[in-house]
Design a protein around this ligand. Structure first.
Ligand SMILES: Nc1nc2c(ncn2[C@@H]2O[C@H](COP(=O)(O)OP(=O)(O)O)[C@@H](O)[C@H]2O)c(=O)[nH]1
Ligand SMILES: [Mg+2]
Length: 462
């Protein structure tokens, strides 16, 4: 047997079918693909294991078990072994009996796990159920295993939750150390509380669990930090990007504008993919209506004239940062003035270009017959708003979530985000800071600007 300090703490997760055992394991291990979850009966048929690690080293080993099926009949059956010297040895005797391979096969798997090298059990309860007799039998059988049992009161966010009733029933059985949880809609801090309560039952493992709590908090901060860097990186890449057109070549202008839009869409998708991966999710978790590359619907497009119009209105005319930026603001504005039909599937028609060319901003941005196209502030603000919407959804999501992550493509675009956009002004003067350009250079000044942008986003969240 390994020394207790080097071996992971082992916890068996038991409870009634559909109580949320597998979902709890998915949440704690941050593995959305662990086991199989459904509203059907008896989805977990065997004992399966997963772990929670710090720096790749497993600290906690979790065992998922099938649900108890007929604990009342089992309790009845166990009576014949009662004259043995301990309740635990009665259970061992039961495991050797033919019924353990017959009608009590599921229960035998659970008890087999519990009588192994297990430090504690989480007893997961669907608190929308009435605490009737079968639960009492389950609790009696668990008590016979002579290991600490911690009830995890699940489904607490459900309107039919009978949390109070359950707390009383459990306290009546001497189970005072309990945690409340909802694996689909968890309260912030409930994971930490779960480990702290477990530590109060497992004195020998207190330090290990305390370190786990700290490591998880550090991980969460690191994820946030990495995400804000990804978003800032996107903003710098897009703000710094520019492409040159010759004033009189309308066909080329149309083509370049449309290329620029598609380049930016792809860049936005890369940022979204990065955020999903930081939080250990992937595109399969996203409803397709969220990002333009996955859906071709015009109303979800980044360059949707209506969204740009609303955003530009919120920004107000005073928000234009110099002539170069203003020039590009007209990509959106010109589209709007001719109605949504003028910008179809991201292509900008010749009409849009000719009306745009009449504007004063075009004239200001013109040098020797060449015009630089850059991305306007309204577009940056829409990008920022969408990525922040994705980030906040990911932060509040557990790996047991079974609903798709839906981004409506029309996040709240508030004035509050404006200071962040202002921080991108330096990037606008550095075309080589954009990965979308040919001559990209990853200068330390670029990194500094990225950090400043990340800090200004962070300020909005505190
Ligand atoms: N609303 C809500 N649904 C949950 C919760 N826990 C589990 N579920 C759902 O209940 C069903 C059964 O969960 P599962 O983890 O398979 O239960 P198990 O049989 O105990 O492993 C799944 O559809 C879960 O998504 C919870 O806390 N709240
Ligand atoms: Mg299960």
């Amino acid at each position: 047997m390994m020394k207790s300090s080097s071996r992971p703490i082992s916890v068996a997760v038991v409870g009634h079918t559909n109580a949320g055992k597998t979902s709890l394991l998915r949440t704690l291990s941050r593995d959305k693909n662990f086991g199989s979850v459904s509203g059907q009966r008896g989805n977990t048929k065997h004992v399966e294991t997963t772990s929670v690690s710090i720096d790749g080293r497993p600290v906690l080993q979790l065992f998922d078990t099938p649900g108890f099926e007929d604990s009342i009949a089992l309790q009845e059956y166990l009576r014949q072994f009662e004259n043995l010297d301990s309740r635990r040895s009665s259970l061992t005797a039961f495991l050797g009996s033919p019924e353990a391979k017959g009608r009590f096969i599921q229960e035998a798997k659970i008890l087999g796990a519990l009588l192994g090298e297990i430090d504690a059990a989480f007893y997961v309860i669907d608190t929308t159920e009435t605490p009737h007799t079968k639960f009492r039998s389950e609790l009696d059988i668990l008590a016979s295993c002579a290991i600490p049992v911690m009830p995890v009161l699940n489904f607490t966010g459900h309107p039919d939750s009978r949390l109070g009733e359950w707390k009383n029933v459990l306290a009546d059985r001497g189970l005072h150390v309990q945690v409340t949880f909802d694996v689909i809609a968890p309260l912030a801090g409930s994971e930490r509380l779960l480990y702290e309560q477990l530590a109060s039952l497992l004195g020998a493992h207190k330090t290990k669990l305390h370190n786990l709590v700290i490591a998880l908090e550090n991980e969460s901060k690191a994820r946030s930090h990495a995400s804000l860097r990804s978003i800032s990186d996107l903003l710098v890449d897009v703000a710094a990007y520019r492409t040159q057109v010759i004033e009189n070549h309308d066909d080329e202008i149309v083509r370049k504008v449309s290329e620029l839009q598609s380049t930016i869409r792809q860049r936005e998708q890369r940022c979204a993919d990065a955020l999903l991966s930081i939080y250990r999710f992937d595109r399969k978790d996203l409803e397709v209506r969220d990002l333009p590359l996955l859906s071709k619907r015009i109303e979800d497009d980044l360059f949707n004239p209506e969204v740009l119009k609303q955003t530009a209105q919120r920004l107000g005319t005073g928000a234009a940062i110099g002539a170069l930026v203003g020039l590009v603001a007209d990509i959106g504005v010109a589209g709007i003035s001719l109605g949504a039909g003028a910008v179809i599937g991201g292509a900008v028609g010749g009409m849009v270009v000719s009306s745009w060319k009449k504007s004063s901003r075009w004239i200001k941005g013109k040098i020797n017959g060449y015009v630089d196209l850059t991305v306007d502030d309204a577009t940056l603000l829409v990008l920022l708003g969408r990525q922040l919407q994705l980030l906040t959804s990911l932060q509040g999501r557990t790996h047991a979530a079974n609903e798709m992550l839906v981004l409506d493509g029309n996040p709240a675009l508030t004035k509050a985000l404006e200071p962040v956009i202002k921080k991108t002004i330096t990037a606008r003067a550095h075309p080589d800071w954009s990965r979308l350009s040919d001559g990209f250079t990853d200068e330390s000044d670029r990194v500094e600007v990225m950090e400043t942008i990340a800090d200004s986003i962070r300020e909005l969240f505190v």
